[in-house]
Design a protein around this ligand. Structure first.
Ligand SMILES: Nc1ncnc2c1ncn2[C@@H]1O[C@H](COP(=O)(O)OP(=O)(O)OP(=O)(O)O)[C@@H](O)[C@H]1O
Length: 264
């Protein structure tokens, strides 16, 4: 579980995050959504320790990141897997070397043990046998899968994904979303996803945080979001790329409700 408590962050006299409180549960996909400039990336960077908040705390399973010792921070960093926007693979390295990179950085495993781990995670993302391929030789969706394999190779307790579907077609996005959701459940990871994609919200949004002008404006599940009465959230849903999908989803759910009233 990750708890964000009374987090504040400003740059100069501009307040970016204003008293943000979130609880992100283990084994769940926690999504952060919001319009451009609402503070999602700054929030993510505060959570993973790339920015130091001006006030407040980020607590990882009872351990406050700010108050942690140097060794505790180092240990925590190893428990964090990161899927970057655009996958961020090393172009000159093969798939195998890309995935092995965190093992080389953080472990003293033998090369045989490392290869075993690489092959395990490659199989988990359905990319068996792709060891010797270069990033330039695989598709965007495959690159994301390699990025996920690299993010989970150290068995992280926490997984952060920044726009995991950027640049992917809807079908491939669905594959990536489901992979993130399944891995979150199987490995009992606390997963945090920053996204603009309504399909992801509906597919994997166990818990969604809607950020508006540096504050948490709304939170709830993917079932609740399409029935929300929050004006700002609805404006966001209906004014953005979410429009078509959201309308369709809302209609689908209304149809479903007529048949079987949902208890939410
Ligand atoms: N290092 C920085 N120094 C100064 N201002 C910053 C810095 N990083 C972000 N900001 C400002 O913080 C605000 C929030 O930015 P942030 O990147 O968190 O938005 P976002 O919600 O992630 O947007 P997007 O969806 O476009 O990525 C913006 O006004 C941005 O200019």
């Amino acid at each position: 579980m990750i708890e964000v408590k009374n987090l504040k962050k400003s740059f100069g006299d501009k307040t970016i995050l204003n008293d943000v409180n979130l609880v992100m549960e283990t084994g769940k996909s926690n999504l952060i959504i919001g319009s451009s400039g609402s503070g999602k990336t700054v929030l993510l960077k505060c959570i993973i320790g790339l920015f130091t908040p001006d006030e407040g705390k980020v607590v990882y399973d009872g351990m406050s990141m700010i108050d942690a010792s140097k060794d505790e921070k180092k240990e925590l960093r190893q428990q964090i897997g990161m899927l970057f926007q655009g996958s961020a693979l090393f172009d000159s390295m093969t798939v195998e070397k890309n995935i092995r990179f965190p093992l080389d950085m953080f472990t003293t495993l033998t090369s045989g043990e490392k290869l075993k781990k690489v092959n395990e995670v490659l199989a988990r993302v359905n990319m068996e046998g792709a060891n010797k391929k270069l990033p330039s030789e695989i598709s965007g969706g495959m690159k994301k899968r390699v990025g996920i394999a690299r993010a989970i190779v150290l068995n992280p307790k926490y997984l952060f994904c920044d726009e995991p579907n950027s640049g992917l077609d809807p079908q491939t996005s669905l594959v990536i979303d489901r992979l993130i959701r399944d891995i979150t459940l199987e490995y009992k990871i606390t997963t945090v996803v920053v996204t603009h994609d309504m399909n992801s919200v509906m597919e994997i949004g166990d818990h969604i945080f809607y950020m508006y002008q540096g504050r948490k404006q709304w939170e709830g599940s993917n079932k609740e979001i399409i029935r929300s009465n929050d004006e700002k959230l609805n404006e966001f849903i209906f004014a953005s790329d979410f429009l078509q999908d959201a309308k369709q989803m809302r209609m689908m759910h209304e149809e479903q409700d007529k048949k079987e009233p949902a208890n939410v």
